[in-house]
Design a protein around this ligand. Structure first.
Ligand code: ATP
Ligand code: MG
Ligand code: FE
Length: 347
């Protein structure tokens, strides 16, 4: 059964078509970064309007590239939450319309579940990871450590107590005078700096549990930058701050992941997802930790780490196989914790 997937929960409009075996027949992503850059962050209403303008043609093109029509689809899957309500309404409204036109089921996808199940996409890792495995979601909107027990079954081990990790990168980058989105720019600058230059705080380090906290780190950087007394930091100094910040985040993430392994020794693999998973320093460190503990780190190619529709279509394939489709009355949920999915299934 061929599945069309639609993603519109934040600032990417995406459509993808997958064969029943998970083969990617087409995948398209339109980033709205340029639309939001002047405001230094995602503006919800601008995002919704951009999704509305782009999605119909994007979906048509995805079907064209896949060589299929609506009549060939087995189901239409769309992200129904969590995310910005305007974009969710556009994406799910479109998907429901397509489901009516095709006479095929609609599937409401939880965006976090889509990130979590990406690891099982055929061909992504040497062997498809078996449940349970860990999801370390590191994006601009989410920082979570979750045990993936099965399709629709998740157990959250920890989450951020304040900023998401990508948000911390973006805010710190802004303090250093880097352009939005700051994560990639900060990583590039950090390469020129000394990670030991400043002993920045590492909130919650060596404490039990898998929760994260980044706001103290960000505040420390703000104070450090302010103490320099100039508006524009000299580049070598900014590079040292960037490298020290990145080292602190890396230490925090490794510490939390080690705690997750201690709590759930039965997991054999970890998948990292979210834009921050693109960070080489973080990837390398987590890879080393996993290798030392006999775990497999699954780091999908970047285009499947950040928001995309392949993961939505794949979650649709998995749900369709499990007989989990949704009525056309299914709502969008701006807030939709993964742990609610199990309850939704027995409903
Ligand atoms: P969500 O998917 O949670 O709704 P989002 O769209 O903001 O949120 P992504 O698109 O997955 O999340 O990731 C974007 C985030 O990743 C931004 O905060 C960005 O700064 C960060 N990021 C991207 N590349 C890097 C990098 N190389 N190093 C650190 N952070 C990065
Ligand atoms: Mg994004
Ligand atoms: Fe995401």
């Amino acid at each position: 059964q061929i599945v069309l997937g639609i993603e519109s929960s934040c600032d990417e409009t995406a459509a993808a078509v997958l064969a029943a075996d998970g083969r990617i027949l087409s995948e398209l992503v339109l980033s709205q970064i340029a639309d939001h850059a002047p405001w230094g962050g995602v503006v919800p209403e601008i995002a919704a309007r951009a999704h509305l303008a782009a999605l119909p043609e994007l979906a048509r093109e995805a079907l064209r590239q896949a060589g299929v029509g609506y009549a060939n689809l087995g189901a239409i899957a769309a992200t129904a939450g969590p995310g910005l309500i305007g974009g969710l309404l556009v994406g799910t409204g479109f998907a429901k319309g397509a489901a009516i036109a095709a006479g095929r089921p609609y599937i409401a996808i939880n965006h976090l579940e889509a990130h979590a199940l990406t690891a099982r996409l055929p061909g992504l890792s040497a062997a498809q990871p078996q449940f349970p495995y860990l999801l370390l979601l590191l994006s601009g909107g989410h920082s979570q450590c979750v045990v993936v027990e099965g399709v629709g079954r998740y157990h959250k081990l920890g989450t951020t107590l304040d900023d998401a990790v990508g948000e911390a990168f973006d805010k710190t980058a802004k303090l250093l005078g880097l352009p939005y989105p700051g994560g990639p720019a900060l990583e590039a600058l950090a390469r020129e700096g000394d990670a030991h230059a400043y002993p920045l705080p590492r909130p919650l380090l060596h404490r039990p549990g898998c929760d994260f906290s980044f706001s103290g780190l960000k505040t420390a950087v703000a104070q450090l930058a302010a103490a320099q007394g100039t508006t524009a930091l000299p580049r070598p100094l900014a590079a040292n701050i960037a490298a020290s910040f990145q080292a602190a985040v890396t230490d925090i993430l490794a510490d939390r992941l080690a705690n997750a392994f201690a709590r759930r020794p039965d997991v054999s693999a970890v998948i990292i997802a979210g834009g921050v998973a693109a960070n080489t320093a973080i990837r390398t460190r987590l890879d080393t930790l996993c290798a030392a503990q006999g775990k497999t780190l699954i780091a999908p190619p970047l285009r499947l780490c950040t928001d995309n529709a392949v993961m939505v279509a794949w979650a649709g394939v998995e749900r369709l196989r499990a007989g989990l489709t949704d009525p056309l009355t299914a709502p969008c949920k701006p807030r939709w914790p993964l742990e609610d999915l199990a309850r939704d299934m027995v409903r």
